[in-house]
Design a protein around this ligand. Structure first.
Ligand code: NAD
Length: 360
């Protein structure tokens, strides 16, 4: 993900009328091959294996941290201690306790802190948000928000740190994909009040990449049947996070259904927005979306957006908000939203264990 972010800065000229311009000046990674990749970025003058050296660099204002989840809390706190602003990867710590400690440190440090979640920056995500805020959907009947991929279907794919609870966290797939699924519902104020969780695991072991086998113990799929309150009504909100979703490569989706209108978007069809309306008859109409991202770009409005575009949009939001100039544009996930997502994940673990409805 570090290289993905670096490439977003490298084509910053794609953004129009933006008052901030990031410069990648330093990188830390334990892997020399990964570090060497940054040779091709002339501004990246510091390449170190010990991130403490990067934190001591006065030219560094903001640190983006993309490391195994077990390291999140320690490195995030070190970044804040060094007086740097933090763009944290999800999950915001390995568990709820860590999330709360990081949020408290962020608050007391006064540093600008946000958590990565880029998918709502797709034009379709923004249109779903606008539809939900329009008050034109009538009484909301049901909401589904989720993230599916299928990278665990191949039983012979070697295990990495994401397949072990020790390094990925007890929350497993919830930590990997949960912030993505929770971001828009939380931004809309639709925090679940209670939930029933169904969690399932994938293959119990995989090749370890060294000729042996490695035990895999993380939750791969999570279905959270939750209840939230919308305009005084209790509404079912389903959060779906799957590493084992046949056919899905990396699909984020949201569906909001009301009595008078509805909206459905998936990144599997990034140009397509489905909108429900009714009169005497009912329609699902398809809008072909263009490049209407929150931050203006040089890309023509008819073209289609993709993952690198929303990563860049997310960075624009982070940097513009850090300058205090976000206005009414969509901002990155806040520490409060990240902690709220962890409250949901924590309740899900208890619910699954006890097979009970869990209040949040
Ligand atoms: N926002 C997204 O869409 C998205 C997508 C994938 C991953 N992620 C998140 O990004 C983070 C990293 O995931 P990834 O897929 O890039 O993992 P990865 O395993 O590909 O990369 C992790 C990197 O961290 C380095 N590292 C490990 N320990 C280190 C240390 N002590 N100091 C410096 N570097 C160290 C490793 O050498 C490696 O290059 C995770 O939090 C993950 O959830 C986010």
């Amino acid at each position: 993900m570090g290289r993905e972010m670096a490439s977003a800065f490298a084509r910053w000229c794609a953004l129009a009328d933006l008052e901030v311009k990031p410069e990648l000046v330093a990188v830390a990674d334990l892997n020399p091959t990964t570090l060497a990749w940054f040779d091709q970025i002339p501004s990246c003058r510091q390449q170190v294996s010990d991130y403490a050296e990067l934190l001591a660099n006065p030219a560094v204002d903001v640190v983006y941290v993309a490391v195994p989840h077990i390291l999140h809390e320690k490195i995030y706190l070190d970044v804040l201690d060094a007086g740097k602003d933090l763009f944290a990867e999800k999950p915001f710590g390995i568990d709820l306790g860590a999330a709360r400690r990081i949020a408290a440190a962020a608050e007391s440090s006064g540093q600008f802190v946000r958590c990565s979640s880029e998918m709502p920056f797709f034009p379709g995500g923004q249109r779903a948000l606008a539809a939900a805020r329009s008050n034109k959907l009538g009484r909301i009947l049901e909401v589904v928000s989720g993230f599916h991929h299928s990278s665990d279907l191949d039983a012979e794919k070697p295990a990495n740190w994401k397949r072990h609870s020790k390094t990925c966290g007890e929350i497993g797939v919830l930590g990997d994909l949960g912030m993505h699924a929770c971001h828009l519902p939380l931004r809309l104020g639709w925090k679940p009040t209670k939930l029933y969780a169904q969690l399932s695991k994938g293959y119990p072991d995989r090749p370890d990449g060294k000729g042996g086998r490695s035990v895999c113990d993380t939750w791969d799929n999570a279905l959270l049947n939750t209840w939230t309150t919308i305009a005084g009504d209790e509404v079912p909100l389903r959060l779906e996070m799957k590493r084992l979703a046949p056919g899905a490569t990396n699909s984020w989706f949201i569906e909001i259904l009301g009595t008078d209108g509805g909206v459905r978007f998936t990144t599997a069809e990034p140009k397509t927005l489905w909108s429900f309306s009714r009169d005497r008859e009912q329609w699902w109409s398809r809008t072909e979306l263009g490049f209407s991202t929150p931050f203006k770009t040089v890309t023509g409005g008819i073209f289609e957006p993709g993952f690198p575009d929303v990563i860049q949009q997310m960075w624009a939001a982070f940097l513009v908000e850090r300058e205090g100039n976000l206005g009414d544009r969509f901002g990155c996930a806040t520490p409060a939203e990240a902690v709220a997502s962890h409250e949901i994940f924590d309740a899900a673990l208890t619910s699954h264990l006890n097979q009970s409805v869990q209040c949040i």
